[in-house]
Design a protein around this ligand. Structure first.
Ligand code: BDR
Ligand code: CA
Length: 337
């Protein structure tokens, strides 16, 4: 028995060591966002999660004007105290005219929350330049979390065409493919066929998705399955919980007080990819016309000229919503302790 006991203790010790080292893993990320209520919720998760090393935050038009979204991001920096630089990005799409900002985020794009005078200051660099600089400083290590239009990253690719060789992975919240909706896209939220982030600069999105780097896409098909109920929101503890209720309750919840979790889904995928079912596919974005912004999916082996020269990417088709929602609530609870 004795000779059995020692190896078991050793095994237990080594397992707990493995667990400790795995949970101490840190992900270097750049958050490219149009802050926005759900973008702000994602930023709270990034600022509070122990495995995240936030290198920079880049802003863009989208949920509001570039002035609104940049001010909101700097306000979040005041509130959360993160030290990563914030750089102001694109004021309009690279290739088309900007659609109206989504009204659901309120006139100030932060759910009509009263915003006091801002203490934090933006980095002097334009967002695209800061993305290039941070990636060059951390070659092979950076995850780009894209939760707004693709404009900043398309501009970064124009500055540094070798960016895809230097970035670890790109995680995009965007698009809609008709999974979970009987193959239909009635869940599109920009035009009849397009999701806001992709449709808001469709050609830029097509460029970024197909730039030849590891891409994972979290479309509406999974983010609309990930719902924070009123009870869930009410139970989020501490000042973060209070802040989240403050920014969501006026414009960003439905009649039942619930809200879908779009932008944090990109972070959930980074932290726990196993919570998602992914399919490998080629993805193109319709650049203009009546289907502008539609995300199209082809087989990885497709020889059709629409898809054939393009790389395969990963697209989420379903999610264990309870599992990823636990990541959020546990992170907020741990930070509140
Ligand atoms: C996306 O659009 C924006 O309104 C949200 O912030 C999210 O990034 C969802 O379609
Ligand atoms: Ca967003």
């Amino acid at each position: 028995m004795k000779s059995l006991k020692i190896p078991m203790l050793v095994l237990a010790a080594s397992l707990s060591f493995a667990a400790t080292t795995a949970s101490a893993q840190s992900h270097k990320v750049i958050y490219d966002a149009d802050v926005g209520v759900d973008d702000a919720m994602g930023l709270i998760l990034l600022a509070r999660h122990p495995e995240i090393d936030l290198l920079g935050v880049t802003t863009m038009f989208g949920n509001g004007t570039i002035d609104n979204t940049t001010r909101n991001t700097l306000y979040l920096q005041d509130v959360l105290g993160f030290t990563a630089p914030v750089a102001r990005g694109a004021a309009k799409p690279a290739y088309s005219s900007a659609p109206e900002p989504a009204r659901i985020h309120g006139a100030n794009a932060l759910g009509e929350t009263e915003i006091p005078a801002i203490q934090s200051e933006a980095d002097p660099r334009p967002a695209a330049q800061m993305i290039v600089d941070l990636v060059r400083e951390n070659p092979g290590e950076v995850t780009l979390l894209m939760v707004g239009r693709s404009t900043n990253v398309a501009l970064a690719l124009a500055i540094e065409p070798k960016l895809p060789e230097m970035v670890k992975q790109v995680i995009i919240m965007g698009g809609t493919f008709g999974y979970n909706y009987g193959g239909k896209r009635e869940n599109a939220n920009l035009f009849s066929i397009a999701e806001a982030n992709i449709g808001g600069d469709a050609r830029a999105a097509d460029e970024v998705i197909n730039a030849g780097w590891p891409v994972a896409i979290l479309p509406l098909d999974v983010t609309l399955q990930t719902i924070m109920s009123k009870e869930y929101l009410d139970a989020l503890p501490g000042t973060d919980g209070q802040f989240i209720r403050e920014i969501t309750h006026r414009t960003y919840v439905n009649d039942q007080g619930a809200t879908p979790v779009h932008d944090s889904s990109a972070i959930f995928y980074l932290l726990d990819p196993g919570a998602y079912t992914m399919t490998e596919a080629k993805v193109r974005v319709v650049p203009d016309g009546i289907a502008a912004g539609q995300t199209m999916m082809g087989k990885p082996t497709s020889s059709n000229s629409t898809y054939e020269p393009y790389p395969s990417v990963q697209v989420a088709t379903s999610v264990d919503a309870a599992r990823v929602l636990d990541i959020y609530s546990e992170t907020i609870a741990n930070a509140a302790e």
